[in-house]
Design a protein around this ligand. Structure first.
Ligand code: ADP
Length: 274
């Protein structure tokens, strides 16, 4: 019988006692540190029994591949999983797609649209999931939004101020790959490179490859800074999919109190495992 998400969450609480035990030992002081600044209005940090796990990285770094695999692994361990990603809010996700397609938005208003998209998902998807004890896997988080806006000249302090009321992830992984590798993977995957992922709006080069490399190098530099500031767990995203996945599982298992980290993808996901 297929277990409902809430049932799975309840079961996972019983089966993975170390996780809730670890959270309750923290006491209110540390629970407040679940936010960078003041908690969002109306949110009590001690209600959030789930875990927020972020996977950051450039286009082509392997985030979505790893999130699919991690979702299957965590569900096989009895956890219920929710996912989030950029431009996925019901409120403005499609509006941002339309604005990007028409290139009809300024740098600042685009950054603010993205922050609206983020906070709508935070309030309507992430927090309810964390209150129910789920694992939220985030395919990118505020760090990408800060990096993209910062390389376009928006003040880092201003951006950190906007996201001060965001929830601090339990774990943030950075899949680090060289821009050249990301380009090759992206091109192989879709035979094209998008206007935005190559930073064409920034007029860095008329050559698509050069523009991508320069833009992604700027983003990478922001990530190096953000990684130090926020304590990312940096992984070499150029290792094989199976090796990256093993590194992710080892770290997540230790955080959640999962003893074994054995995993082989199902038939449905076997094509991702190379
Ligand atoms: P992202 O979500 O970060 O843009 P994807 O997961 O879509 O990246 O991966 C982009 C492409 O690169 C896909 O074709 C994927 O199969 C491939 N890929 C992902 N991770 C690796 C890896 N570690 N080694 C080689 N190819 C990879």
């Amino acid at each position: 019988m297929k277990r409902s998400r809430s049932h799975q969450a309840a079961v996972s609480h019983q089966e993975h006692e170390p996780r809730s035990a670890k959270k309750s030992q923290n006491g209110n002081g540390n629970l407040a540190a679940r936010f960078y600044g003041m908690p969002l209005p109306g949110v009590r940090p001690e209600e959030l029994s789930g875990n927020l796990i972020v996977v950051e990285g450039a286009d082509g770094s392997g985030r979505s591949t790893q999130i699919s695999l991690l979702t299957e692994w965590l569900e096989s361990e009895g956890f219920a999983v929710e996912t989030m990603g950029l431009r996925r809010s019901y409120l403005v996700g499609e509006d941002i797609d339309a604005l990007l397609a028409e290139n009809a938005v300024t740098r600042l208003t685009l950054a603010l649209m993205y922050s609206t998209d983020f906070f709508d998902q935070l309030e309507r998807r992430i927090l309810p999931a964390l209150r129910s004890g789920l694992i939220v896997l985030a395919d990118r988080y505020v760090f990408t939004l800060i990096a993209r806006a910062a390389v376009r000249g928006i003040s880092r302090d201003y951006l950190h101020g906007i996201y001060e009321i965001a929830l601090r992830p339990d774990l943030t992984f950075w899949l680090n790959v060289r821009p050249e590798v990301a380009f090759e993977r992206e091109f192989k995957k879709s035979q094209t490179i998008s206007y935005w992922e190559s930073g064409r709006d920034m007029s860095l080069s008329n050559d698509l490859f050069q523009s991508f490399i320069r833009y992604q190098s700027l983003i990478k530099r922001e990530f190096e800074y953000l990684s130090k500031r926020h304590g990312f767990i940096e992984l070499d995203g150029e290792r094989s999919i199976a090796e990256v996945n093993r590194a992710l599982r080892t770290r997540i298992a230790s955080h959640l109190g999962i003893r074994g980290t054995q995993y082989k993808p199902s038939h449905a996901l076997a094509h991702l495992w190379r």
